[in-house]
Structures are given as C-alpha cells and as structure tokens.
Write a protein that binds this ligand. Structure first.
Ligand code: MF3
Ligand code: CO
Length: 250
C-alpha cells in the first residue's frame, strides 16, 4: 500500500475526528485523580464517543478489548483499562484515544500526573516527552522526510538524558488507523519517505527514563519498560500542508 495523500475536504473531516479526540482527552485529564480507576476513564470516553455519533478506533482492532489505552508508570503503551487499576497520588498515566467519525480516524495521547505530588524527575519526563512531540511536528513539512521527524524527536530526548522506544512507532492515518508510512521516533535526517502535501501522520514519541527496551506482559498487550524505568507518551495527528504542519488533534 502506498502513502495516501488527503484532499483539503478530507483533512477537514479529519479535523472533526481530531477535535472529538481532543474533547475526550480534555475530559479525561480533568477526571484523573487519586482513587479513579482506569475503567472509570474508559466509561467516560465510551459515552462521549457514542454521544458524538462516532466509533472508538481501538476496540476490536486486532481484538483489542477497550476504547482507551491507559498505561501507568513503567507501562509504555497499550495498557488495558481495568476496574482494579486505581490511580494513586504520584502516578503518571498515559491515555491514548482513537475515534472514527464520518469514515475518518483521529488518534492522540497525553500523559497526565495523578495528584499534585509527582516527583521532579517525572515532571521533567512529561515535559521532555511533550516537547519532543512538538520538535517532531515542526519537521512535518513538504520536502522534508520521515527521518527528519524521527531525528528531531530522538535528538531532543537523548539530549535530555532519556531514551526513545524503538519497538512502537507512529503512523500514517486517514480512513484506517494505521496507514503508511511508519513514523519512528528515531532516525536520520533526510532518510525515509519524502513528505508531500496532504499526508497525515500520527506522531507519537514514547520516552523512557532508563533504557529503551520493551517487554510485553502476559495479557499480550501491555508494553512495559524492560528495566522498570518510567515511561511517557504524547501523540498528535498532524496534516502536512503547503502552509506547514497542522495539528488536527489540537
Ligand atoms: N495510538 C496507538 C497506535 O496508534 C494505539 C493503538 S492501540 C490498539 O498504535 F489497540 F488499537 F492497537
Ligand atoms: Co497512534
């Protein structure tokens, strides 16, 4: 499958999907506090997506069981919401949400501190991970390459003493959740597919305090750090336009 470029009208539809994802993530961020379970977040998201006339993008995707991925502390991505996982003061939780609205996908993620007492190191992890996403987005320009995006993320993360996960990558997005090209959070400038007008990329750095290694738990989904370090994840869906990068999940 080749890389699909979207028309202005398609990007307009993807803006609507993206806006819904952002509304859900904003509501979940406001709901995060000690004692709330990740299944509580799942219910809020499920209802908002249904009320908007949309469908969740992850549920049923390769048999994934839920609307959200909720990944706490040393969990990197693909944590499965559960009644038993109650958020605690000092935790960090990554919340990843995808929707399908009018045939088009939106996908974004945030990582949120639980309570007011998170450690300074974790505050810095969240700041560096989010800033690395914006470094990558800045490179999503006509004439640049996919490698420019990854290199910008990787350089910023490593300059700040953290590591980027290699096993999971960002992706094209449109009428499917995962389209070409793959968008790694590492790479070399000038390498990989050239970016053209109308491409839409989900850029999603996953950043670890320790090494980059990943292990998948027995539930076959939850990816955790191999060395027990903490991990954060931020994601936006971004259109490459002639006027530069446009964040659809803003
Ligand atoms: N944002 C993630 C991704 O784009 C979430 C996918 S979870 C899955 O890969 F359950 F849908 F696989
Ligand atoms: Co994604």
């Amino acid at each position: 499958m080749a890389i699909v470029c979207k028309s202005a009208a398609e990007i307009e539809k993807m803006r609507k999907s993206g806006r819904l994802v952002r509304e859900v993530l904003d509501a979940l961020k406001a709901a995060v506090k000690p004692g709330v379970s990740t299944m509580d977040l799942e219910r809020i998201a499920g209802k908002m997506i249904q009320d908007a006339g949309a469908k969740p993008a992850f549920k049923g995707y390769h048999d994934y069981p839920c609307v959200l991925c909720t990944s706490i502390n040393q969990e990197i991505v693909h944590g499965i919401p559960s009644e038993k996982r109650k958020l605690k003061e000092g935790d960090i939780v990554s919340i990843d949400c995808g929707v399908i609205l009018d045939g088009y996908y939106g996908d974004a993620a945030i990582t949120v501190a639980v309570g007011a007492e998170i450690s300074p190191d974790l505050v810095r992890l969240l700041e560096v991970t989010e800033a690395s996403l914006y470094r990558g987005i800045e490179q999503a320009r006509v004439g640049n390459s996919v490698g420019d995006v990854g290199a910008a993320v990787q350089e910023y993360v490593e300059a700040n003493g953290f590591s980027v996960v290699r096993e999971f990558v960002g992706h094209g997005i449109g009428t499917r959740l995962h389209e070409e090209p793959q968008v790694p959070n590492f790479g070399s400038r000038g390498q990989g597919p050239k970016l053209r007008e109308g491409m839409v990329l989900a850029i999603e750095p996953m950043v670890n305090t320790g090494g980059p290694g990943v292990r998948v738990l027995d539930d076959k989904w939850t990816a955790v750090t191999e060395d027990g370090g903490f991990s954060a994840h931020f994601e936006h869906s971004v259109a490459v336009t002639k006027d530069g990068p446009v964040i659809l999940t803003q």
